[in-house]
Ligand binder design. Structure first.
Ligand SMILES: C[S@@+](CC[C@H](N)C(=O)[O-])C[C@H]1O[C@@H](n2cnc3c(N)ncnc32)[C@H](O)[C@@H]1O
Length: 256
C-alpha cells in the first residue's frame, strides 16, 4: 500500500516535520503539498493540518469526528442505559481491550463506562485509520474538552488483534470487544462507510474469538448484523436491541 504523506496548503515547519515523521511510521513517502497536485489523483494520502491528520482514499475524505460517542456519552450522563451496560451490567473498574478501534466511538464510550479505576486499550490494524484517530484523540482537548479525560484513559496501538492476543497473558483484560467491518454494510451507517477502502476486514474470526476467550477474564463481545451466524465463531448467546439491525454475540467466562 503506497501512502503519501503531506500537509495542508501553507504549512508551518512543525506540520512538515509531523508529516515526515508520520511518513516514516506508515512506511509512506513525504511529498510537499505544493508538489502533489490534486489529492483525488492518489489512492492513499495522509494530510497533516494545524489541528488534525486527515486521510483521502481516491479523494474520499476520512476524518476523526466523535459525534456518535458524544451522543452516547450525553445519554449516559442523563442516566440512560448504554448497550454495553445492557449486555454486561456495571463495568466500572474493568480493563477493556477494544480490538477494533475504527472511528473510536465505542472506545470513548467504554472509557466512560469503566471510569477512572478502569482503562481501555484499543487496537487498529490500518496504519491510516490509526494515525487519523490517534491525532483526533490527541487534539480532542481543543474541540471537545468534555472528552479529554476519556481519551486520556485509552491506550491506542497500531497492531493486528490476532498478533496482540497471541502475546498477552491469560485473563489480562476483563472485557474483549470486537466490532469488525460487516460483510453486508448497514445502509444507514455513513460514518462507518467513510472507513471503507482503508479499513481491514476480519477474516477467520472464530480463531480470534478462541484467542480472546483465553485472554478475557469476564467476557467477550462481538458486534455484527442481525443475521450474522454468531454460533459459527463460537458464540452461542446473542442479544439484539429492539428494532435494531445490529446484534451482539456474547461469551461470559465461567472460571475453570
Ligand atoms: C467497524 S470498524 C470499528 C468501529 C468502532 N467500533 C467505532 O466505534 O468506531 C472496524 C475496524 O477494525 C479494524 N480491524 C479489522 N481487522 C482488524 C485486525 N485484525 N486487527 C485490528 N484492527 C482490525 C478495521 O480496520 C476498522 O477500522
Amino acid at each position: 500500500m503506497g501512502i503519501i504523506c503531506t500537509t495542508s496548503q501553507k504549512p508551518t515547519e512543525k506540520m512538515k516535520q509531523t508529516s515526515k515523521k508520520i511518513a516514516e511510521l506508515v512506511d509512506g513517502k513525504y511529498v510537499p503539498r505544493k508538489n502533489l497536485g490534486s489529492l483525488n489523483r492518489h489512492t492513499y494520502v495522509l494530510v497533516v493540518t494545524k489541528s488534525a491528520v486527515n486521510a483521502y482514499n481516491n479523494g474520499k475524505k476520512f476524518t476523526f469526528h466523535p459525534s456518535m460517542a458524544m451522543l452516547r456519552i450525553k445519554r449516559i450522563d442523563n442516566n440512560e442505559i448504554d448497550t454495553f451496560t445492557k449486555l454486561l451490567g456495571d463495568i466500572s473498574g474493568w480493563r477493556v481491550l477494544d480490538c477494533t478501534l475504527g472511528l473510536g466511538a465505542d472506545t470513548l464510550v467504554l472509557s466512560k463506562l469503566v471510569g477512572n479505576t478502569g482503562f481501555v486499550t484499543s487496537l487498529e490494524k490500518s496504519k491510516i485509520i490509526y494515525q487519523v484517530v490517534k491525532s483526533g484523540f490527541e487534539n480532542i482537548i481543543y474541540n471537545y474538552p468534555e472528552l479529554y479525560s476519556l481519551s486520556r484513559n485509552v491506550r491506542l496501538t497500531n497492531i493486528d488483534f490476532n498478533r496482540y492476543l497471541d502475546n498477552v497473558e491469560r485473563n489480562s483484560y476483563d472485557l474483549i470487544y470486537f466490532d469488525p467491518m460487516f460483510q453486508k454494510p448497514l445502509e444507514n451507517s455513513a460514518a462507518i462507510s467513510s472507513l471503507r477502502g482503508i479499513a481491514h476486514s476480519s477474516r477467520n474470526l472464530r480463531q480470534s474469538i478462541t484467542k480472546a476467550k483465553r485472554v478475557a477474564k469476564e467476557a467477550v463481545v462481538v458486534k455484527n448484523n442481525k443475521n450474522y451466524p454468531f454460533n459459527s465463531i463460537g458464540l452461542d448467546n446473542t442479544f439484539t436491541l429492539p428494532s435494531s439491525s445490529v446484534s451482539y454475540g456474547i461469551y461470559i467466562k465461567k472460571e475453570d
